[in-house]
Design a binder for this molecule. Structure first.
Ligand SMILES: [Zn+2]
Length: 597
């Protein structure tokens, strides 16, 4: 299969392009000059709106300039995490990035020290309208800042604390080989190749893959668990220094959501766990299995599954996007024609998929590991959704560009629903429709209920580390099993080899409590999609407007414009009801299929 690779030449020519060093040097100079010009000017009584706007404009331009070498190093590293030159470049830009930050810390701190009366006046100044949201949010963050010398120490040591452990985690998990033993066959596979086997129709192959995963993780458990424990404790210390009341509080602050809102959403999801169990009872019947295990979660209902080459995937996605609006298809098309996608599967490449937005004036990049499964088409739609979101938000300045995590999954999930509907429409038989509906449901469960379970696992994990000190891998294995079993009730028993599987999940390491944003995004988008189905073409502009606002408003304000109140349990229940409606639909399709057989 012919798969595209990135063309990164519009950033730099290669790992040793001298312009990287020149740009980094220039950024450092800009940061020093900025500090010289504005130190003691921001928290000063004589600060005017004009002057603050000038500082913010310069600050924004400086961050934009710095983003390019940062993004290039990170993208290059993602496609080969084992290459020494690429590793060295990532480390180099991070270290320099920290040095640059030390010159900018004063700015955030001074915004926090502006007197309340003066700050209120500045927020009302129309000259600062573009920075209103940024300033308001910055002010909330500032309540948790330490003194400038303390902040500098934290920043300058960050590459040798948390970031170092996270990089080690990525290098280990991307480089790991898993030995698959299936019948006569013994093969060494990387994580992406191994995980793809969990979607195979042959149960013994899925079981062998699950065992290989468990063995590979167990072999590396010492260093991975050490990494987790170190990060858990680091977070505990920093949360205490920064006066955060709970382990998840800093994530909620970044996401611009309150603890109550998140608790409401999580609570509603937990109350709906039984619909997952209900579905898996049906799945057990369809597969003819009475003892479903974790490696059966994604087993296909139908055995004939066409492989889709990348060209076909491209056609499907663009056509589906085009039915919503030609503009959506047009925005996505550039990713193919301009080589903004890297889809090959190879050793050393990071697993999974992502879309990396660089700056509003530079297009984003998409990374995939494309294996030709129908699921990969959905992943392509997902990541292109992110890409389109970024491009629509390109009128925002960099400080308003990136949506907060819970809103960041809007266009990606919406894109998946468009493609799902397009694929469903083409299917001729009830059997094929059933198979696809089951896949979609399982995917939705993984996005909503599994992420909520992981969120609860993380809460318990941080709590236990804080109460009991260093944790053994067995203790965390137990917590993981307990937390992840809840959503399945008695319909599926995860099984012993599942207990190691928390060890490879990158979000737990890279961004604690990230995961609930997935559930938030999916439930929100199910509701938005239902609106689109009701309102048709008149919804299109509202949707584009939502995406174009990027990160310029808190989620509550953005959604108020669509008359959505995310503080209400009934809103989240509405999303769960849309998922629930698919379970009897699957049962009905199954009965029709059986009646014909
Ligand atoms: Zn996403």
């Amino acid at each position: 299969m012919e798969l595209p690779t990135w063309d990164l030449s519009d950033l730099y020519a290669g790992v040793d392009d001298p312009r990287i060093e020149a740009d980094l040097g220039e950024s450092l100079k800009q940061a020093r000059d900025f500090e010289q010009r504005y130190r003691d000017q921001i928290a000063s009584e004589s600060l005017t709106g004009e002057r603050l706007k000038q500082a913010l404009d310069e600050y924004e331009a400086l961050l934009r300039h710095e983003s390019k070498p940062q993004a290039f190093a990170q993208l290059l590293f993602s496609t080969d995490t084992s290459d020494d030159a690429r590793k060295a470049l990532v480390q180099r830009v991070r270290e320099l990035g920290s040095e640059i930050s030390t010159h900018l810390i004063f700015f955030d701190l001074e915004i926090g020290r502006i007197s309340p009366e003066k700050f209120a006046r500045l927020l009302d100044d129309p000259v600062l309208a573009d920075y209103h949201h940024y300033l308001d949010h910055q002010r909330k963050l500032a309540a948790h800042y330490l003194s400038e010398p303390e902040e500098k120490i934290l920043e300058e040591t960050a590459n040798d604390r948390g970031r170092a452990w996270r990089r080690l985690f990525t290098e280990i998990t991307s480089g790991m080989k898993y030995t698959l033993r299936h019948g006569e066959e013994v093969r060494d596979l990387n994580q992406s190749q191994l995980m793809a086997l969990l979607y195979e129709p042959d149960r013994s192959l899925r079981q062998a893959a699950a065992l290989a995963l468990a063995e590979g993780l167990e072999k590396n458990a010492h260093v991975l668990n050490f990494t987790h424990n170190t990060l858990l404790h680091e977070k505990q210390v920093i949360d205490k220094l920064r006066r955060f009341e709970s382990p998840e509080a800093d994530r909620h602050l970044d996401n611009e959501l309150s603890q109550e809102m998140v608790d409401t959403m999580v609570g509603v999801c937990v109350q709906n766990f039984e619909l997952v169990a209900d579905y898996y009872r049906l799945k057990g019947e369809l597969l003819g299995l009475s003892d479903l295990k974790h490696f059966d979660r994604y087993a296909p209902i139908s055995k004939d599954r066409d492989e889709l080459d990348f060209q076909k995937a491209r056609e499907i996605v663009l056509e589906a996007f085009g039915t919503f609006s030609p503009r959506l298809a047009e925005l996505a098309e550039s990713f193919f024609s301009k080589r903004w996608i890297d889809a090959v599967v190879k050793d050393g490449k990071r697993g999974g998929a992502f879309c990396a937005g660089v700056t509003p004036d530079h297009h984003p990049y998409v990374l995939l590991n494309y294996t030709g499964k129908p699921r990969d088409v959905m992943t392509l739609a997902h990541e292109l959704g992110h890409g389109v979101h970024d491009r629509l938000a390109s009128k925002q300045n960099l400080l308003n560009y990136h949506p907060v995590l819970p809103m960041a999954e809007t266009a990606s999930t919406f894109g998946e629903l468009l493609v799902f509907e397009r694929l469903q429409r083409d299917l001729k038989s009830d059997e094929a429709r059933l198979a696809m509906l089951c896949e979609k449901l399982e995917d939705t469960f993984a996005t909503v209920f599994r992420q909520v379970s992981m969120y609860r696992f993380e809460q318990r994990l941080h709590q236990r580390r804080r109460e009991q000190g260093q944790l053994t891998v067995e203790s965390i294995n137990g917590l993981w099993q307990e937390s992840m079993q809840e959503m399945f009730g008695s319909a599926l028993t995860l099984g012993e080899d599942h207990r190691w599987t928390w060890l490879y999940i990158p979000h737990i390491v890279s961004t604690p409590f990230y995961v609930y944003a997935y559930a938030f995004g999916e439930l929100l988008v199910l509701s938005l999609y239902a609106r689109y189905k009701r309102e048709g073409a008149s919804f299109v502009d509202k949707y584009f407007e939502l995406l174009a606002s990027g990160g310029s408003l808190p989620p509550t304000h953005m959604l108020e414009k669509l008359e959505i109140d995310i503080g209400q349990a009934s809103f989240w229940q509405g999303g769960c009801d849309l998922i629930r409606a698919n379970v009897p639909l699957a049962r009905e399709l199954a009965e029709r299929t059986r009646a014909r057989a």
